[in-house]
Design a protein around this ligand. Sequence first.
Ligand SMILES: *[C@@H]1O[C@H](CO)[C@@H](O)[C@H](O)[C@H]1NC(C)=O
Ligand SMILES: *[C@@H]1O[C@H](CO)[C@@H](O)[C@H](O)[C@H]1NC(C)=O
Ligand SMILES: *[C@@H]1O[C@H](CO)[C@@H](O)[C@H](O)[C@H]1NC(C)=O
Ligand SMILES: *[C@@H]1O[C@H](CO)[C@@H](O)[C@H](O)[C@H]1NC(C)=O
Ligand SMILES: *[C@@H]1O[C@H](CO)[C@@H](O)[C@H](O)[C@H]1NC(C)=O
Ligand SMILES: *[C@@H]1O[C@H](CO)[C@@H](O)[C@H](O)[C@H]1NC(C)=O
Ligand SMILES: *[C@@H]1O[C@H](CO)[C@@H](O)[C@H](O)[C@H]1NC(C)=O
Ligand SMILES: *[C@@H]1O[C@H](CO)[C@@H](O)[C@H](O)[C@H]1NC(C)=O
Ligand SMILES: *[C@@H]1O[C@H](CO)[C@@H](O)[C@H](O)[C@H]1NC(C)=O
Length: 483
Amino acid sequence: MKLSTLALIASSLIASSNAADTTSSSTVVERTQSIIEPSASEIAVSAASAKTLQWTSDIKGKKFDRFVVIWLENTDFDQAAEQPDMAWVASHGITLTNYWAVTHPSEPNYMSSVGGDYFALDDDRFTSLPKNVSTLADLLDDKGISFGSYQEHLPYTGFTGFNYSNQETFANDYVRKHNPFILYESYTSNATRLSVMKNFTEFEKDLKDEKLPQYMIITPNMTNDAHDTNIKVAGKWTRDFVTPLLENEYFMNNTLVLITFDENETYAEQNTVFSILLGGVIDDELKGTTDSTFYDHYSQIASAEVNWDLYNLGRNDVTANIWKSLADAEGLTNKDVDTKFMVNNETYHGYLFDEKIALPAPNISATNIAGKGILPAISSVWADEYSSQVKENYFTSTTTLVSLESTLENGASKFAEETTTASGSGSKSGSNTITSTSKTESTSASVTTNSGSELPSGSHNGAAGLSPIAGAGALAIAAALLI
Ligand SMILES: *[C@@H]1O[C@H](CO)[C@@H](O)[C@H](O)[C@H]1NC(C)=O
Ligand SMILES: *[C@@H]1O[C@H](CO)[C@@H](O)[C@H](O)[C@H]1NC(C)=O
Ligand SMILES: *[C@@H]1O[C@H](CO)[C@@H](O)[C@H](O)[C@H]1NC(C)=O
Ligand SMILES: *[C@@H]1O[C@H](CO)[C@@H](O)[C@H](O)[C@H]1NC(C)=O
Ligand SMILES: *[C@@H]1O[C@H](CO)[C@@H](O)[C@H](O)[C@H]1NC(C)=O
Ligand SMILES: *[C@@H]1O[C@H](CO)[C@@H](O)[C@H](O)[C@H]1NC(C)=O
Ligand SMILES: *[C@@H]1O[C@H](CO)[C@@H](O)[C@H](O)[C@H]1NC(C)=O
Ligand SMILES: *[C@@H]1O[C@H](CO)[C@@H](O)[C@H](O)[C@H]1NC(C)=O
Ligand SMILES: *[C@@H]1O[C@H](CO)[C@@H](O)[C@H](O)[C@H]1NC(C)=O
């Protein structure tokens, strides 16, 4: 860790804080969990009794009736954009030039896309969120919207183990860290939900039988997604995978497909990723264009909420932007987000990072971009905890942003310049999301807030969960920026 200006400010804050100083001096111990890693023979036994369910439904959405997200891995924007097969795919849809991953490495990014937070996970370990943490599955369920997941080479439907390698070469094949819903016990403790967690063989079957769910997550294996290979392999895989689908009337009917990378490859760079929207709902005249609206993985949840009039999760979904075409159709206005100093390349100080920090409560009074409130079932579980976290002056900490202006006095101006250039180029639609903020103001806001209400403008921090370090808001936010 670098000793920066922030470190100095932070240490003076820590020194002058009246709160019990638990975070700065004691060693941080990560919350851990034992790995479920069955052997091949145990897997074969379980496979024999695994239940697979075909689940479909037909609930009309405001802009699309089906949403599909296809996840690829660890590639910088430019490299993906330049790859010829990927460029071919992009020519059939809209390239999102301002889509952000929320942190590094992989697992927290996948986690964020269905739960609205990554709970301070900073690695790819075997971990999960307890049963009282809800996900998008609960929101969809509430409206009877079918969902499911297709994970390439998942050995059997509902497999919850850490990995399933190629049984001849033992190269990485299926990995749990790239499977969003499996990271939540509210999902895995439900047998019905496990029975719609399937592999690609089942995808082909459901496609042929016209029994696909309305919300689906697709994860290719570690070869095809570029993780263990390169963008050429992933580009070819993607093109091969979507080509027949683009011609499949059943699949594409009122369908929106998001192809996205989980994170950028270069940790020191801004964590924007190459993403494409395509599918039957994309107007012909928009094919081959770009959209520079600010999006992040939370936009996946927020867009589903607005599209199907769902309740929210009370986490970062409530402040997220939604797909432009949906916002336009509904007369909603996405936020311009100041990304000048945003990097999203580190975790914050919270629940999974530090076992002393309790699970953050969702914000039970937050409304999403469409004005919809939290799912009543979530509110009834969390209302008391939320008010006690608020009353004790706990702070809003689900910082998905590490503000460069706070951490890197010197690097900042160079960085801002680069960002402005990158974001200004190639956009045919949407507005320039760069707005100027005073460096000094924003820095002091990051460090001195203890209510969660003065976080840097444009960040996602404001509306999400709370983390409990009683009476030590400033201290903890400073710590968050120091790890
Ligand atoms: C990711 O890394 C690239 C370097 O290739 C950098 O230009 C960019 O700012 C970062 N974010 C994106 C767009 O991938
Ligand atoms: C996919 O899942 C099915 C259902 O559990 C299983 O029978 C099959 O062996 C799996 N296929 C692959 C390629 O892993
Ligand atoms: C999981 O990965 C480990 C390490 O690569 C490997 O030894 C093990 O065989 C894999 N498990 C399965 C079931 O493929
Ligand atoms: C990943 O899947 C592809 C088929 O889509 C297969 O050719 C490749 O061998 C798989 N990777 C591993 C490591 O098994
Ligand atoms: C289990 O999941 C199914 C499908 O999501 C849902 O309909 C059901 O209510 C869930 N059951 C419980 C006890 O949460
Ligand atoms: C497309 O969807 C509409 C309504 O959702 C349905 O009436 C129509 O039959 C579908 N067409 C195809 C080809 O599946
Ligand atoms: C995050 O990005 C900043 C700015 O480039 C860099 O100084 C820092 O080391 C990065 N953090 C990690 C964990 O790579
Ligand atoms: C919860 O959301 C409400 C409504 O958006 C907001 O006024 C309040 O500040 C949020 N609470 C916290 C602690 O962030
Ligand atoms: C949520 O579950 C965790 C783990 O079981 C528990 O520690 C926590 O008190 C629960 N919180 C609420 C509000 O139910």
